[in-house]
Unconditional design. Structure first.
Length: 505
């Protein structure tokens, strides 16, 4: 069978098998109380995929009530090993559905299928990793005070965890939050992004049919941010919100959660630099730079969207970059050979396009790859590089969140550090040099949460994940997630007869 037929058949199968989506509350798939639905569109064709129940305040209330009941009931009193057995079972169930989940994710988001296959396989690792992490590392400290006291800490689950996630890598980011939330003993209400509901729904089905979690432990309320999301944030019985999304949304959420004194983890936007010195391994740096901005269709929080290349090698490097860009395969996300697919939604497409128009007005030279003509219906933006950019431009300061790379040059270390830090974001950064002393120096001087030296964005799940400045608050990943998903309690035990003031004696 030809490749085009394979994609055609897969799309037809997805079209006929993808049903309308309900909310998952207290172990049941239900309509929204209002019966309202919203349309979910396919990025490649811009046609309707299905209708999704539009959760509102009353649905969030139901889900939180179910989650609270489960927390106070069976789930809250489970022995640790039993709880972790459930978490391992979720991982096993995901593994049985990798192909289906990956196709759904590509169909729904426009992300190339070669990528969604990798991401979905990694999602089950999130569950196993956190189950292992909790059994090995969720331990308290003991503080001995001579013979008088032994004080010790324990980690207790917090209660109902509200998880709010974006559309750019939905399944990966949802599981990255659900896994530590459940493994540490909380119950969950997930509010997935409205533009990408398919895999969250599939996960609810898998958990319902194959894992048998106690009712109410895991709930999914689909819906819009301003309604479903905001109700979750404001709810008095939701103890914490783990949010990944735009910086402006994060700040709105913190205001909305202030009255109920919510605990927040904020994983926000980025505009990360890649700094390439003239002694770098240029071929590998080119691979990493191209992949880092154009993978995930450029919709990647840690994308290296600002290139600073040393002026001695700038011409050679930029020529090679242009050659790569012109050869990137843009196409149908369901085609295994596609490297860049369509952007998620028409609104986002308009936003990214408007930045490319602005770049020209701001004085950039725009160089673009190619989108095959037959793909005019989808939201395709060709891989784009903005040459002659500088830090004063909006296109360099603001997160575009598409396949668009701004290109700048630099002369020395001091200058490039200043330029790299001259943005409000601080999520990630990448440094390429064979001089390792310089590599460490520059990496440590960049104001960002995560730096890589001579490397693309390779994640180590044990390390802290998160951003500085306007890119976030707090860290997830490894045992850093315990800080957020548990309450640390200290118990002070008097061993001897310490003095107690005797008022009124
Ligand atoms: P977004 O902020 O528009 O939406 C994210 C989620 O928040 C969605 O589920 C949305 O419905 C919900 N939401 C919107 N308004 C809300 C409100 N008032 N109250 C509660 N919930 C609300 O972000 P997006 O466009 O879906 O995702 C792209 C952004 O996410 C980019 O800025 C990207 O950098 C960021 N991101 C960050 C990371 C990270 O780890 N730092 C990872 C992935 C994406």
């Amino acid at each position: 069978m030809s490749r085009v037929n394979v994609e055609h058949d897969l799309r037809q199968t997805l079209q006929t098998s993808t049903k309308d989506i309900k909310l998952y509350i207290d172990g049941k798939f239900v309509d929204a109380e209002s019966k309202e639905q919203f349309e979910n569109l396919e990025p490649f064709t811009n046609e309707k995929i299905n209708a999704v129940a539009s959760g509102q305040k009353e649905d969030v209330n139901k889900a939180v009530l179910a989650a609270r009941k489960a927390f106070k009931g069976e789930w809250g009193s489970l022995k640790l090993q039993k709880r972790l057995d459930y978490v391992y079972r979720i991982a096993d169930a995901i593994d049985r559905h990798v192909d289906e989940l990956a196709s759904l994710e590509s169909y729904d988001t426009g992300l190339p299928i070669f990528l969604t296959k990798k991401m979905v396989s990694r999602a089950s690792r999130n569950f196993r990793f956190y189950a292992e992490m909790v059994s090995a590392r969720m331990v308290g400290d003991a503080y001995r005070v001579d013979d008088d006291f032994l004080n010790y800490t324990i980690h207790k689950p917090v209660g109902v965890a509200g998880l709010i996630t974006p559309w750019n890598a939905p399944f990966m980011l949802e599981t990255w939050k659900i896994a530590p939330a459940l493994a540490t003993g909380n119950t969950v209400v997930l509010k997935p992004a409205e533009w990408s509901p398919l895999t969250a729904d599939k996960l609810a089905q898998i958990i319902d049919e194959e894992v048998g979690l106690p009712e109410g432990v895991f709930n999914v309320v689909h819906g819009f941010g301003e309604t479903a999301g905001a109700s979750l944030v404001a709810h008095e019985d939701v103890e914490l919100i783990s949010f990944t999304g735009e910086t402006s949304t994060g700040s709105e959420i913190m205001k909305n959660g202030a009255d109920s004194l919510k605990r927040f983890s904020m994983e926000l936007g980025g505009k990360s630099p890649i700094i390439i010195f003239d002694d770098a391994d240029l071929e590998r740096a080119l691979d990493a730079c191209t992949w880092g901005i154009f993978s995930f269709n450029g919709e990647r929080c840690t994308a290296n969207s600002r290139l600073y290349v040393h002026e001695n090698i700038a011409e050679e490097f930029i020529d090679s970059l242009k050659e790569r860009v012109s050869k990137i395969k843009v196409g149908d996300p369901l085609d295994e050979e596609t490297q860049v697919g369509p952007l998620i939604h028409n609104d986002h497409y308009e936003k990214v396009n408007s930045y490319i128009e602005l770049a020209e007005k701001e004085g950039c030279r725009v160089f673009q790859g190619k989108v095959p003509e037959e793909y005019s219906r989808g939201h395709f933006i060709p891989p784009t590089i903005l040459l002659n950019a500088d830090n004063s431009m909006k296109v360099v300061q603001e997160e575009i969140f598409g396949p668009v790379l701004t290109v700048m040059t630099f002369r020395d270390e001091e200058e490039v550090i200043e330029k790299a830090n001259d943005v409000r974001y601080g999520l990630a950064g990448y440094v390429w040099t064979k001089d390792l002393q310089r590599g460490h120096r520059v990496a440590q001087a960049v104001d960002a949460g995560m730096l890589w030296i001579n490397s693309q964005n390779v994640r180590d799940l044990r390390t802290p994940f998160g951003g500085a400045k306007h890119s976030g608050i707090g860290r997830e990943g490894g045992y850093y997630a315990f800080e957020f998903f548990t309450e640390t309690q200290v118990i002070h035990v008097a061993l001897g007869e310490h003095p107690i003031p005797q008022f009124g004696k």
